[in-house]
Design a binder for this molecule. Structure first.
Ligand code: ZN
Ligand code: ZN
Length: 389
């Protein structure tokens, strides 16, 4: 039986699984039902399944008849706190929770790659390790999976993200940095409280905050190579308790840093602290920065991207394999790609008439699962077979 015939055979199960997950979405670290369904399915195929990795995560090993490389297939499975308004007959049955990013599709695709590959076990050289991680949307699930050892013995990794704004059947990929590192920071400023009519008695943290916000904007515009990419945004400014006549003792600034290159990321992290501390000190106060590091940038291995492209061209045709620009959004697939060479690619899953498509995280998010999902299985299956070589 050809690969296409095998995929056609499992397509009803693939769609049913995705739509079942869609009807029963679960938030980050609460993917109990999803994880249990996947575990049952994969155990039914005869894979070696480990449940409860990093909470609700799951690992399934498919060992070929002969030794060889180990390729890791990564899928996420969490939903979002959104009330669904897509109008599909298999809409979410859980109020306020929706699969609005396509992770239901990712999980179903990866499980069905296993269903296809298990038929080739006798000729398979090496191991295919399927990793279903929790909590991608809060960028918290991949790291504990890695710490639990899922990368041990892994040579290469691969994963996909469905993309609703790209017509079904198109594939997007780029070598090198593809998605940004996203780090959150909080700046704590301390001055000296005083009567607003006697500013000379105090150290004004409102003025300190204002200078700091303005000065931070020079980090990208004046200190970063214009050819490179970074974003520094202050999203929250807090000072004072609502009085007209009190100089507040403290102020808090919250923001995000987005970068692609590790050196630039580290430098800007350092410079944000230095600038804030320098301004505070110059004004007679003090500052300290608290970081909530996100995942690093998603960086694809150029050689493996080239191999993936060859595979993708055979599946969807050369004109449908696009080199896409990097995006400033993050994805914790980076935790795997930062430690092993691999490829993370976009698979178009939208309609060919663009006004029908809704962006990810939109209440009307919709994907053409009938067209996109079987292609996802074929692309991943063939890529795994290529990466095992
Ligand atoms: Zn998302
Ligand atoms: Zn997503």
């Amino acid at each position: 039986m050809s690969l296409k015939e095998a995929i056609a055979q499992i397509t009803p199960s693939l769609l049913a699984m995705r739509r079942d997950f869609h009807q029963h979405p679960e938030l980050a670290f609460q993917e109990v039902r999803t994880s249990a369904k996947l575990a049952e399915f994969l155990e039914g195929l005869g894979l070696e399944v480990t449940r409860g990795v990093a909470g609700t995560g799951l690992v399934a090993r498919l060992k070929g008849a002969r030794p060889g490389k180990t390729v890791l297939v990564r899928a996420d499975m969490d939903a979002l706190p959104i009330q669904e308004a897509s109008g599909v007959p298999y809409s979410s049955q859980t109020p306020g929770v929706m699969h609005a990013c396509g992770h239901d599709g990712h999980a179903a695709i990866a499980a069905h790659v296993a269903a296809v590959l298990v038929r080739q076990r006798e000729s398979l050289e090496g191991e295919v390790r399927f990793v279903f991680q929790p909590a991608e949307e809060i960028v918290a699930g991949a790291r504990p999976m890695v710490e639990a050892g899922v990368l041990e013995g892994v040579d290469r990794v691969v994963g996909l993200h469905l993309y609703s704004l790209m017509p079904a059947g198109q594939v997007g990929v780029r070598p090198g940095p593809s998605m940004a590192a996203a780090d959150a920071f909080t700046l704590h400023l301390r001055g000296r409280g005083a009567h607003a009519a006697m500013p000379h008695e105090g150290v004004d943290t409102v003025l300190m905050a204002a200078h700091t916000v303005v000065a931070l904007q020079s980090l990208v515009s004046r200190e970063t190579d214009p050819i490179k990419t970074a974003v520094v945004t202050i999203a929250t400014v807090q000072a004072g308790e609502g009085a007209h006549n009190v100089i507040p003792e403290t102020a808090v600034l919250k923001g995000t840093l987005r970068t692609f290159e590790p050196e630039l990321r580290e430098r800007l992290m350092r410079r944000i602290a230095e600038l804030a501390q320098g301004i505070a000190a110059a004004m007679g106060g003090s500052a300290w920065v608290e970081w909530k590091p996100g995942s690093p940038a998603v960086v694809n291995d150029p050689d493996l991207v080239e191999r993936f492209r060859q595979v993708a061209k055979e599946v969807v045709g050369e004109e449908r394999v696009l080199e896409v620009p990097p995006v400033m959004g993050g994805d914790d697939m980076a935790e795997f790609l930062n430690r092993r060479p691999g490829v993370y690619f976009w698979l178009g899953a939208g309609s060919s008439s663009p006004d029908q498509n809704r962006p990810h995280h939109h209440p009307g998010f919709w994907i053409d699962d009938e067209r996109a999902l079987p292609l996802g299985v074929e692309l991943l299956t063939r890529t795994v077979l290529d990466f095992l070589r």
